[in-house]
Design a binder for this molecule. Structure first.
Ligand code: NAD
Length: 437
């Protein structure tokens, strides 16, 4: 199949590359000429494990190419995917669909033969109807079908997720479009991924329902963590105790500083807006959004409390800045609110992140960046683990204790057993765990 991907960001680049690895002929298009030039030179615009090698081998095999020129790439395609951004619209929190609709207009003007136009971007219910309307308006004679196919990959494990998905959701009522999408995903039938065909609106809602449900799990365990701190219980054991129940499941039950990233915050907000528009309240999701917003800054206050209530003039080190490990994505990372809260309290913030520092520098101009965790700890009054990178899981705690001016570890990801940290001579504060004074 000849596939063209419009938007070569996380989703477009990973899915385009994986489709080419399945044997399809793929052209990835982006408006950003620098990004395309760098990709042509073999330089990845994002950090994603395994991506550079996969891009290189498929480019070499002649199945994957990059361009800024949308029209010929669309004209040559059987299937065109829209994978442009759908950020929160400034001011009201609705999904900003301007990139999707602009891309649709360009695609419609360039379509030549029969073409399936697939929205892979996360878009609110009804967007596919508008995509179809735009195509009919711009190209009334085109043989084209507008299909929804939301993407569920996770940054940091994106290739594995794309190649071995739990399910593939395709929203269309049209038999031809359905058959074409079956062809696109046929290579995945080997991994036995269920291909779930639904109506287009249903497919659009599935993506938001999935993200809202996962955000709810995180929000739920975070509130349990707060309760654990009040009643002297351990949230890690609570997670395990409930997660072993198959009806609940153990994933997404790790207490921490709140969810962030490029998807959960904007998608939960967009779902609230859809619910509002249709006067069908989603009160559970509303509560999750509110609790999560408040939580990020509260984590700054938690650090200050662990320091005895005063951070003015202190140096506080953050290990990990990205919203999760194995990505350089800083979008809506909890670290941003934590740093702000600490700086507002008069602290000097120093930080280290294995991959995120280039992105973070632009967002955190008053933070001092260190070359490694130990340089970051030197002379600091507290060490805070904000993201659970593997590189922080086996720190030399005795060395850390010696380097710090005050021996205090605030582990916002609960990656260390309290006793081990305390043996190294550090005071330990986790999330939702009993405090051994
Ligand atoms: P991104 O911002 O990394 O990439 C979007 C790309 O689209 C940019 O490179 C931009 O230059 C390009 N673009 C915009 N308009 C264009 C046009 N008219 N023609 C060509 N290129 C254009 O975004 P992303 O993180 O890949 O997300 C894309 C969509 O996928 C969003 O709707 C997002 O919610 C969804 N999604 C993201 C993830 C994730 O983990 N990042 C996972 C699942 C779904």
């Amino acid at each position: 199949m000849r596939i063209t991907m419009i938007g070569t960001g996380y989703v477009g680049l990973v899915s385009g590359t994986c489709f080419s690895d399945f044997g399809h002929e793929v052209i990835c298009v982006d408006k950003d000429a620098t990004k395309i030039a760098r990709l042509e030179a073999g330089i990845m615009p994002i950090y994603e494990p395994g991506l550079d090698a996969l891009v290189e081998s498929n480019v070499r095999a002649g199945r994957l190419s990059f361009t800024t020129d949308l029209a010929p790439a669309v004209a040559a395609a059987d299937v065109v995917f829209i994978a442009v951004g759908t950020p929160s619209r400034r001011g009201d929190g609705h999904a900003d669909l301007s990139y999707v609709f602009a891309a649709t207009r360009e695609i419609a003007a360039a379509i030549s033969g029969p073409t399936v136009v697939v929205t892979k971007s996360t878009v609110p219910v009804g967007t596919g109807d508008e995509v179809e309307r735009i195509i009919r308006e711009v190209a009334p004679n085109a043989r084209a079908w507008a299909v929804s196919n939301p993407e569920f990959l996770r940054e940091g494990a994106a290739i594995e997720d794309f190649k071995r998905p739990d399910r593939i959701v395709v929203g269309t009522d049209d038999e031809i479009a359905r058959a074409m999408m079956g062809e696109v995903y046929r290579p995945l039938s080997l991994s036995q991924a269920p291909l779930l065909f639904t109506g287009r609106r249903t497919s659009e809602l599935i993506k938001y329902a999935a993200n809202a449900f996962l955000a709810t799990k995180i929000g739920f365990i975070n509130e349990m963590a707060d309760l654990c701190e009040m009643v002297g219980a351990d949230v890690k054991d609570v997670s395990r105790g409930i997660g072993l129940d198959n009806r609940i499941g153990s994933k997404f039950l790790h207490a921490g500083p709140g969810y962030g990233g490029s998807c959960f915050p904007k998608d939960t907000l967009a779902l609230l807006k859809t619910a509002e528009d249709f006067q069908s309240p989603v009160r559970i999701v509303e509560a999750v959004v509110q609790a999560n917003d408040a939580r990020k800054r509260a984590m700054g206050r938690k650090v200050i409390k662990a320091m005895g209530g005063d951070a003015r003039g202190a140096t506080i080190t953050l290990l990990g800045l990205t919203f999760k490990p194995n990505t350089d994505d800083m979008r809506d990372a909890p670290s941003l609110a934590i740093v702000q809260a600490l700086q507002d309290a008069g602290a000097h913030v120093r930080a280290y992140d294995p991959e995120g520092m280039d992105q973070a520098r632009a967002l955190l101009p008053d933070v001092e960046f260190a070359a490694d965790p130990y340089a970051a700890a030197e002379g600091a009054d507290a060490l805070v683990i904000a993201t659970e990178w593997d590189a922080f899981r086996a720190l030399d705690l005795q060395r850390i204790a010696m380097l710090l001016a005050r021996p205090l570890l605030v582990d916002l990801r609960n990656i260390y057993p309290a006793a081990e940290v305390e043996r190294a001579g550090l005071a330990y504060h986790g999330v939702g765990r009993p405090q051994h004074e």
